[in-house]
Design a protein around this ligand. Structure first.
Ligand SMILES: [Zn+2]
Length: 489
C-alpha cells in the first residue's frame, strides 16, 4: 500500500499542475483534467482497499511430522542404521492466500527429502475433492533435508533397507499424506485479511560442488562455479500489520549434516530462528535450483546452525531494507511433460549389472531385467515431469520445477524473464524423480548429469535437449498465466 500511495504522488502532482487555470484553455485540457481526477480517485480507492487489507486474505497451518526413532533416514545410501533421535522437530507448513476476486493459492513447505509423484498426486486429488482447489493452485515443495525420513517410491534404488523397515515407512507415508491433506484445509480455514510484501537479500554459503578433476566431474568444491545467492522473501502481514508468515528460498543442498538425528538441516535452523525472533510467525523455506551446490564447509552442527542463522539474517535484512507491496490478482498454470531418456542399456548390460557389488546398480538392474523378462518394455521417457507457474500480483512470476534442478535454470530464467519482474524459481516441487541437469551439466556428466540416475531408479541419463524442453514449457505457461491475469484485470 505504501508504494501504491507513492505511485499516486506523481499522478496527483500532474493533477494539481493541470488544474492551474492558465492550463485550462481548451475543451481538450478540460477532458485531460477530468481524466486525471478519475484516475486519481481510482488510485486512492485502490490504496484504501489495500490499507484496509481488503485485497488479500491469508491463512497458515502447520503440523509436526517428526518420525519415530528407528525409521530409516533419507538422502544418503551409505547409511547402515536408522535414526537414533532428533535434533529438532520436522514440520509441514502451508500458506493459503486469496485475492479479492476469489482466486486462491496454497503453498506447502516440508522438512523432507522430496515428494514422489505418487504422493503429490494423491494429496492434490484429495485436496481438490475436499476444497475445490485446482491442481495448478497447489504447490508442494520440500527442503531436501538429508536428515528426514525415507519416503517410499522416491530414490527407488538408493537404500538397502532391512525388510522390517518397509511396513514402518509405508505407515509413516500414509499418515504424512493424511496430515498434508488436513494441513491445506487448515490453512484455507484460517484465511483472514492480510497484505503481501516482497523483498530480496543475499546469503553466500552455497558453493558450486562440481569439481573438475582427472576423474571427470566429482562431488567436491568449485568456488568459481555458478551459484545463485539470492534469498527471495514473501512476507504476509495481518490486518494490524503484524507479520504472519515469512516465506523464503535459497538455492543450496540442505546437506550440512550426515548424522543419525532427525533435523531440518540449515533450512530447519533458519525457520527455527525466524520463528523465535518473530513469535507467532510461520517461517517457510523452499529450495531453489541448488542441485549442484552444497553448504561448504560442512558436517558439523555448529556449521549447520551458522548457515541457518545466516539465512535467517538475510530474511530479516530483506525486511529491514524495505519490502515492496504485492498488488494485483493471482493466476496459476500446471502441466507435466515427458522427458526422454538417452540410450537405454540392453538386456545383456542389465544382466551383468545384477551381479554388481554396488547395491543401487544391482537393485536397478534387477527391476529392469524383470520387466524385460516378463515381456514388457522399458519406457523411453519419464512421462510426467511437472512444471508450474504462478503469477502472484502484477510483478512476481513464481516458477516451480520438479526434481533436483541445477543452478543454470534459475540463472537462465531470471535472465530471460527478469526484466521488470521478480522471478522466483523453486525446485524440488511437486515431484522429485531425479536430478535435472542443464545442457552443460548433462554434457559434462558426473553425478548430477549422469550417475545419480541409478539411485533414482531411472534407466539412463536424460536425452539431449532437456534444458530447452523445460525452459520452453515454462515460457508457454507464462503465456497462460499472463493471458489469464489479463482477462481478469
Ligand atoms: Zn540432492
Amino acid at each position: 500500500m505504501m508504494s501504491q500511495t507513492t505511485h499516486c504522488v506523481p499522478l496527483l502532482y500532474s493533477l494539481f499542475t493541470a488544474l492551474d487555470l492558465r492550463n485550462v484553455k481548451t475543451c481538450r485540457s478540460l477532458r485531460f483534467v477530468v481524466g486525471l481526477i478519475v484516475l486519481s480517485l481510482l488510485c486512492l480507492g485502490t490504496s484504501f482497499a489495500s490499507a484496509t487489507g481488503a485485497e488479500f486474505r491469508a491463512g497458515t497451518a502447520r503440523a509436526v511430522i517428526t518420525p519415530p526413532t528407528g525409521l530409516w533416514m533419507a538422502g544418503y545410501s551409505s547409511r547402515t542404521k536408522p535414526a537414533e533421535g532428533k535434533l529438532h522437530d520436522l514440520y509441514v507448513k502451508a500458506l493459503a492466500v486469496e485475492h479479492r476476486t476469489g482466486s486462491r493459492l496454497v503453498f506447502v513447505t516440508s522438512d523432507l527429502i522430496g515428494f514422489p509423484r505418487s504422493m503429490s498426486v494423491e494429496v492434490a486429488e484429495r485436496v481438490e475433492k475436499a476444497t475445490g482447489l485446482p491442481r495448478s493452485h497447489l504447490m508442494l515443495t520440500a527442503s531436501h533435508t538429508h536428515c528426514g525420513p525415507v519416503l517410499t517410491d522416491n530414490l527407488m534404488d538408493a537404500y538397502d533397507l532391512p525388510p522390517e523397515q518397509v511396513p514402518l515407512l509405508q505407515k509413516y507415508r500414509t499418515e504424512l499424506t493424511d496430515k498434508l491433506v488436513q494441513l491445506v484445509q487448515d490453512a484455507l480455514a484460517d484465511l483472514k485479511p492480510a497484505t503481501l510484501w516482497q523483498g530480496k537479500a543475499t546469503a553466500r554459503f552455497a558453493v558450486n560442488r562440481r569439481q573438475n578433476s582427472e576423474k571427470g566431474f566429482i562431488l567436491g568444491s568449485n568456488p568459481a562455479g555458478p551459484v545463485d545467492h539470492d534469498v527471495p522473501v514473501l512476507e504476509v502481514r495481518d490486518e494490524a500489520g503484524k507479520t504472519k508468515a515469512l516465506v523464503f528460498g535459497y538455492a543450496c543442498h540442505n546437506t550440512t549434516l550426515q548424522f543419525f538425528q532427525w533435523c531440518g538441516d540449515y533450512a530447519g535452523f533458519a525457520q527455527h530462528y525466524l520463528e523465535e525472533r518473530h513469535p507467532g510467525v510461520a517461517a517457510m523455506f523452499w529450495s531453489g535450483c541448488g542441485g549442484d551446490a552444497n553448504p561448504l564447509p560442512r558436517s558439523t552442527v555448529e556449521l549447520c546452525m551458522k548457515y541457518g542463522k545466516e539465512l535467517a539474517d538475510a530474511v530479516d535484512a530483506a525486511r529491514d531494507a524495505g519490502m515492496k507491496p504485492v498488488q494485483g490478482g493471482f493466476a496459476a498454470a500446471y502441466t507435466t511433460i515427458p522427458l526422454p531418456y538417452g540410450r537405454i542399456p540392453d538386456r545383456e548390460t542389465w544382466a551383468a549389472d545384477t551381479l554388481s557389488k554396488n547395491f543401487s546398480v544391482r537393485s536397478r538392474a534387477k527391476r529392469y531385467l524383470a520387466i524385460l523378462e516378463s515381456g514388457g518394455t522399458i519406457p523411453e521417457s519419464y512421462p510426467h515431469y511437472p512444471i508450474q507457474v504462478w503469477k502472484l500480483g502484477d510483478d512476481i512470476l513464481w516458477i516451480a520445477l520438479g526434481g533436483e534442478v541445477v543452478v543454470d535454470y534459475a540463472l537462465r530464467l531470471k535472465r530471460e524473464l527478469g526484466s521488470g519482474k521478480t522471478v522466483w524459481v523453486t525446485a524440488y516441487a511437486n515431484d522429485v524423480m531425479a536430478y535435472i541437469p542443464s545442457e552443460r551439466v548433462l554434457k559434462e556428466g558426473g553425478y548430477e548429469g549422469d550417475t545419480s540416475m541409478i539411485a533414482y531408479g531411472l534407466p539412463s541419463k536424460w536425452a539431449e535437449g532437456i534444458e530447452d524442453r523445460v525452459v520452453s514449457t515454462v515460457h508457454k505457461l507464462i503465456g497462460v498465466v499472463d493471458k489469464a491475469s489479463g482477462k481478469r484485470d
